[in-house]
Every structure is written in structure tokens, then in C-alpha cells.
Design a protein around this ligand. Structure first.
Ligand code: PNS
Length: 164
């Protein structure tokens, strides 16, 4: 049996940068589990159910991908599955500083390995936070997120931005 890639995140909302990593992971590993963090301490724009549904739709054409929600420690979720490695995208050295800490902590807590995949340079500037900020001020996020997500941002914020 081959390895399963565990791609964790808040995905509030999923971006084309996330999808690039998920797609490349599906080409490299036998299976991919996209793990969506519930994280009650953060105030996401989209509910857990909305984030999972957006990912399921966006990943429907990528073979071998399952989307699952989790809360609590990622290592506890990882331990429920055999032959799992955490796969994270790295955009720049600024990502590395926090990612290496999380990777080392996850290894210490649960002996789970983390592998880093360099982000496609086309998406190295892209984050969910920036997408939300641009959308809040009425900017166009066309080409940065799946069309369905763009529509949901418009629905949530209106055509010129601003929380409803
Ligand atoms: O998309 P994000 O918010 O950058 O993803 C961060 C995430 C979900 C990967 C990270 O916060 C996480 O794994 N949280 C679960 C709680 C946990 O295990 N914390 C210890 C990490 S060392």
C-alpha cells in the first residue's frame, strides 16, 4: 500500500494555490485526504460545512481525493489513518519559519512526517486572507479561486464588498 498525503488547512476559502498542491499531491501519492480544521477559536468567513462543500466541489475532478473535517490536534487525526504523511505547500521563506516548527512539533507528538512541496510560482503571492481582503474591498478575485468560491464571496459580500 502506498502513502496517503494529508493536506491540512483552514481553507477559508480554498484558493487555486491550495488546489495546485492537492492536485500535485494526488499525482505523487496513492491517495490524498484534505483535512479541514474546524478551529472554533478563529472566526472564519465560511462555516466548516461551507468550506468542506467548496473543497469537495473544487476537488471533484482530481482522482483519489477525500475531504474530511477535523478538530483538535492534526496528529490525532493523522493517527487514525495508516501510512500518512502531512504535505504542506511552501510559498516563501516566511512560510518556512512557522511550518518547520509545526512539522517538528507534529513529529514529536505523533511521529508523523511532514513533506514540503514548493508552491507553483504563479501562486506564491496568494493566500486565503488576501483573497478575503481583496473581495471585502470589492476587488476581483477572478482566476485566484475556483469560480464557485468567487460566486460565494460575491454572495457573502455583495458585488462591491462589505460584510452583509
Ligand atoms: O490553513 P492554515 O490555517 O495555515 O492551517 C493551519 C493548520 C490547520 C495546518 C494548523 O493550524 C493545524 O494543524 N491545526 C490543528 C491543531 C494542531 O495540531 N496544532 C499543533 C500544530 S503543531
Amino acid at each position: 500500500m502506498g502513502l496517503t498525503a494529508l493536506c491540512p488547512g483552514t481553507f477559508d476559502p480554498v484558493t487555486n494555490g491550495h488546489l495546485d498542491i492537492i492536485e500535485r499531491a494526488s499525482q505523487t501519492f496513492e491517495a490524498v485526504v484534505v483535512a479541514v480544521l474546524e478551529n472554533p477559536s478563529k472566526q472564519p468567513m465560511f462555516s466548516l460545512e461551507e468550506r468542506v462543500a467548496m473543497l469537495e466541489k473544487a476537488c471533484s475532478g482530481i482522482p483519489g481525493v477525500e475531504v474530511a473535517a477535523f478538530s483538535g490536534l492534526l496528529v490525532d487525526f493523522a493517527r487514525e489513518r495508516p501510512q500518512v504523511v502531512i504535505v504542506k505547500g511552501l510559498r516563501a521563506v516566511t512560510d518556512y519559519e512557522f511550518e518547520i516548527q509545526m512539522a517538528q512539533m507534529n513529529h514529536r507528538l505523533g511521529a508523523v512526517e511532514t513533506l514540503f512541496m514548493p508552491t507553483n510560482p504563479s501562486w506564491s503571492f496568494l493566500s486565503s486572507s488576501l483573497v478575503k481582503e481583496v473581495a471585502r474591498f470589492g476587488g476581483d478575485v477572478d482566476g485566484l479561486v475556483p469560480e464557485e468560491v468567487r460566486a460565494q464571496l460575491r454572495e457573502r459580500l455583495g458585488p462591491t464588498g462589505g460584510d452583509r
